[in-house]
Design a protein around this ligand. Structure first.
Ligand code: H79
Length: 474
C-alpha cells in the first residue's frame, strides 16, 4: 500500500513539477474559462462607458435613410383595383402564397444603381442607410444559402442587391444597416399563419424557423458587416421575451459593437415606440410615424417616418410631405435628442421616386449649410422656445446653442428668455454674419437682420462661456 502511495505521489509530483505540462495546462484552463464566458456573455451588462462608445457614431449621426424594397414594389400598391396597399400587400389583399411568389418572375430592377442610392442619401446629409434585408413577406434581397426565396434564386435579376449596396457604402464611407423582419409570411416553420390563409401549420416548428433566421443573420453579418440590426414584427404572440434576449445576445456575439433596436424584444407596449422599464433588450426606441412630445433623458431613440403615406412604393400615393415640413421635422427630432430615419420606397425598376429625390435634394441644400447644427448635437436645454427649436453642444465650461428660427422676428429682435450666460459670440450659421446681443434680467436678445436667410429655418449660433445657466427654462 505504502509503496503504491509513494509511487503515486512521485508520479503526481513529476506531473506538476514539469513546466512543460503546467504552463499549457494553465493556458488551457484560462482559455476554457474565457470560452465559457464568451458563450454565456450577457451583452446587456456592459458599462455606461462601453455603451456610450458603441452608440457614439449613431448618436452623432442624427439622420439616416430607411429603404423599403422587395417584391411588393411590383404591384406598386395596387391589387384588383384597390390602390391602398404597399409592403403589407400580401396580407392586406389576402394574396395566396403561390400567387405572391409569382411576382419574383417580374423582379428585374435594371435601373438599380447602388452608387446612385448612396449618393442620394449622402447628398441629403444622411449618415447611415437601413435597408430591408427581409420584410414580412419573407423575400430576401441577398443570395442567402438557406432559402431559394431570394433575389438570386427566385428572380431573373442575377445581382446580389445587398452585396452591391454594401460595396457602395464601404466605398463612400457610410454605414449600412439591415431591417430584418422576425415575422415571416413565407417560411413554412413560421407561426402563426395569417388568419385568412389555408396553408397547413401542422408540420410547422417555430424553433426551426428561429434557427433559419439566425443562420440568415450570420450570413448578413459575416458578408456585409451591418452597423445596425433593425428588427420588426416582434409583436406576434409567438415571439417571446426569452427569445428576444437570446436573439439580442446572438447578434451581439456575431459582432459585439453592433447596435440593435428595441423590437428584438417584447419591451414596447403594443405598437408604441419606446421600451417599458424592465429587463428588456434593445439599444434604442423606435417611434414609428411619430415624433414624441418630448425627448427621453438618457434614452436613445429614432423616429422612422415616411415621406408620403406608405413605406413600400405605392404609385398612387401622391400625398408627399413638403421639403420644408421634412427639414423642420429633422430639426424637431434632433432638438428632442432623437434620430430621424426617413423612408424611401424605390420603384420596381430600381429607381427612387422622383418626388423622393426632389425632397432629398431640398433637405441636402439646407444640410450643406446647416449640418453643423444637427450632427453631434444633443437635445435643447430649453423647455420651449417661441421662435423655433434649439440644438446644442454642451461642455462643462462652455456651450454652443443653435437656435433654429422657424418664425423670424418682425422687429429684428430675437428673444431667448432665461439665458443667464455671458455671450461670447453670436452669428448666422449661413454666411457667418456677426450679430449683436443684449443681456438683461429676462435673458438675451439677439439683434437680427430684417430678413431670414432661409424661411424654413435660419440658424443663429450663440457661443456662451461658463457652465450653461438657464432660468425658468420651461
Ligand atoms: O416596415 C414598416 C411597416 O411595414 C412596419 N414597420 C415599419 C417600419 C409595420 N408593421 N406593422 N405596422 C407597421 C403597423 C401595423 C399596421 C397594420 Fe396595416 C394595420 C397592419 C395591418 C393593419 C397598415 C395598414 C399596414 C397595413 C394596413
Amino acid at each position: 500500500m505504502g509503496m503504491k502511495k509513494r509511487v503515486f505521489r512521485k508520479v503526481i509530483g513529476e506531473f506538476f513539477s514539469t513546466r512543460k505540462i503546467v504552463i499549457p495546462l494553465l493556458l488551457f484552463l484560462m482559455l476554457a474559462v474565457s470560452g465559457c464566458r464568451q458563450a454565456t456573455a450577457d451583452y446587456r451588462a456592459e458599462t455606461k462607458k462601453q455603451k456610450d462608445e458603441r452608440m457614439q457614431w449613431w448618436r452623432r449621426a442624427r439622420f439616416g435613410m430607411f429603404i423599403h424594397w422587395g417584391l411588393y414594389a411590383i404591384p406598386a400598391g395596387e391589387w384588383n383595383g384597390n390602390t391602398s396597399h404597399a409592403e403589407w400587400i400580401r396580407h392586406t389583399a389576402k394574396i395566396p402564397l403561390e400567387e405572391y411568389e409569382k411576382l419574383g418572375a417580374q423582379f428585374n430592377p435594371v435601373k438599380f444603381d447602388a452608387d446612385k442610392w448612396v449618393f442620394c442619401a449622402k447628398d441629403a446629409g444622411m449618415k447611415y442607410i437601413v435597408i430591408t434585408s427581409k420584410h414580412h413577406d419573407g423575400f430576401c434581397l441577398w443570395d442567402s444559402n438557406v432559402t431559394e426565396y431570394d433575389v438570386i434564386d427566385h428572380t431573373p435579376f442575377d445581382r446580389d442587391i445587398l452585396a452591391e449596396l454594401s460595396d457602395a457604402c464601404k466605398k463612400h464611407d457610410i454605414p449600412l444597416c439591415f431591417y430584418h423582419s422576425i415575422m415571416d409570411w413565407h417560411h413554412p416553420d413560421y407561426l402563426p399563419r395569417r388568419k385568412w390563409e389555408n396553408r397547413s401549420a401542422e408540420e410547422a416548428d417555430l424553433q426551426r424557423y428561429i434557427a433559419y433566421m439566425k443562420a440568415q443573420l450570420k450570413e448578413l453579418v459575416d458578408r456585409y458587416d451591418p452597423a445596425v440590426l433593425w428588427f420588426d414584427g416582434e409583436w406576434e404572440d409567438t415571439w417571446t421575451h426569452e427569445e428576444g434576449l437570446k436573439l439580442y445576445d446572438y447578434v451581439r456575439s456575431l459582432k459585439p459593437d453592433i447596435i440593435i433596436n428595441n423590437r428584438v424584444d417584447k419591451g414596447r407596449p403594443g405598437m408604441k415606440g419606446m421600451t417599458l422599464e424592465g429587463n428588456f433588450a434593445g439599444d434604442f426606441g423606435t417611434p414609428e410615424q411619430e415624433v414624441p412630445e418630448t425627448g427621453f433623458e438618457g434614452v436613445d431613440w429614432e423616429s422612422c417616418i415616411t415621406m408620403n403615406r406608405h413605406w413600400g412604393w405605392n404609385k398612387n400615393d401622391k400625398d408627399f410631405k413638403s421639403g420644408e415640413y421634412l427639414i423642420r421635422q429633422l430639426v424637431e427630432i434632433t432638438s428632442k435628442g432623437g434620430n430621424y430615419l426617413l423612408n424611401v420606397g424605390p420603384k420596381a425598376d430600381g429607381s427612387f421616386p422622383q418626388e423622393s429625390i426632389k425632397r432629398l435634394e431640398q433637405i441636402g441644400d439646407w444640410m450643406d449649410i446647416n449640418g453643423e447644427s444637427i450632427y453631434g448635437t444633443t437635445a435643447s436645454p430649453f423647455g420651449h422656445l417661441a421662435c423655433g427649436r434649439c440644438t446644442a453642444k454642451i461642455k462643462s465650461r462652455s456651450a454652443v446653442l443653435y437656435l433654429h428660427v422657424f418664425d423670424w422676428p418682425t422687429d429684428g429682435r430675437l428673444h431667448i428668455p432665461g439665458l443667464r450666460n455671458k455671450i461670447k459670440e453670436a452669428y448666422l450659421l449661413d454666411g457667418g454674419k456677426k450679430l449683436e446681443t443684449i443681456s438683461n434680467s429676462r435673458g438675451v436678445t439677439v439683434l437680427v437682420p430684417d430678413e431670414p436667410k432661409n424661411k424654413i429655418d435660419t440658424v443663429v449660433v450663440l457661443k456662451v462661456s461658463g457652465k450653461l445657466e438657464l432660468e425658468n427654462a420651461d
